[in-house]
Design a protein around this ligand. Structure first.
Ligand code: SAM
Length: 242
């Protein structure tokens, strides 16, 4: 990622181009700045740890802002698994990556700078031209209150309960995700994934009673949070993605 249109690379990017890629003045590389698209740019100056580049050819325009925004709301889990969730959410096109602190969330510290770096590296690897917005942790209530009106909340609920499924699924269990997604196509969506300990009964009752909220099942087995996050986002992309 080129931090600004002046195409002056930061130290780490400069080191990568000159030491790892072994590029020199006059060599070209593909660069993007997360706002306006992708260019082929040539190295014009290498001074110590600084590298200057100049755009030569526009390769890709930034994707239209019309793309349906997908927000991932997830309870942080153990470090490497949370890193994995941030990386896969970036690859799978999430626009916003929002850690949420639920009653049973064990890991309450969120390394925002670390997540943003992981998202940047994943965006470069997956050749995304836009960067997901990785935001600081919020309580579940605050995160839900921050969702834009009309956002369909896809609540990944691993447990059934005795209430009938008002959304047409079998009584007790949440409806199969694919069926629910067909009904929310064309709408901005947020996917909610709980912590290792799952959602508390109080959270589940609140969520199941919340408007615009669609409890979904990802199958009869209990998935790890990171497995559930990837499965849910992949399904959303396949059925609702642009
Ligand atoms: N403590 C829970 C239990 O043992 O029943 C497991 C929680 S699971 C590790 C973490 C999160 O992944 C859940 O809160 C839920 O959001 C999601 N998840 C896991 N399996 C799921 C399934 N079969 N259907 C829907 N969501 C699931």
């Amino acid at each position: 990622l080129v931090p600004d249109s002046a195409f002056s690379l930061d130290e780490e990017q400069a080191r990568y181009l000159t030491r790892v890629m072994r590029l020199n003045i006059g060599d070209a590389a593909r660069v993007f700045n997360g706002r306006d698209g992708e260019w082929r740019a040539e190295i014009t100056d290498i001074a110590g740890r600084r590298v200057e580049m100049t755009p030569v050819e526009k390769l890709r325009e930034q994707a239209g802002q019309g793309a349906l925004p997908l927000t991932l709301l997830f309870a942080p889990v153990k470090k490497s698994e949370t890193d994995f969730i941030v990386e896969k959410a970036t690859e799978l096109g999430a626009a916003i990556i929002q850690p949420v602190i639920t009653e049973r969330t064990q890991t309450r510290t969120v390394r925002l700078d670390r997540f943003q770096k992981i998202a940047l590296e994943a965006a470069e690897q997956t050749e995304r031209l836009d960067l997901p917005e990785v935001v600081d942790a919020l309580s579940l209530d605050a995160a839900l209150a921050a969702l834009p009106d009309g956002t369909a909340l896809i609540f990944c609920d691993e447990a059934g309960d005795e209430t009938d499924a008002p959304w047409g699924g079998q009584a007790g269990r949440a409806g199969p995700m694919a069926g629910v997604l067909e009904g929310v196509k064309g709408r901005a969506a947020a996917i909610l994934i709980g912590p290792e300990g799952g959602f508390s009964p109080a959270e589940r009752t609140f969520l199941r009673g919340r408007p615009e909220t669609y409890p979904v099942s990802l199958g009869p087995r209990i998935l790890r949070a990171e497995t559930a996050a990837v499965s849910a986002m992949t399904l959303w992309q396949a059925i609702c993605g642009d």
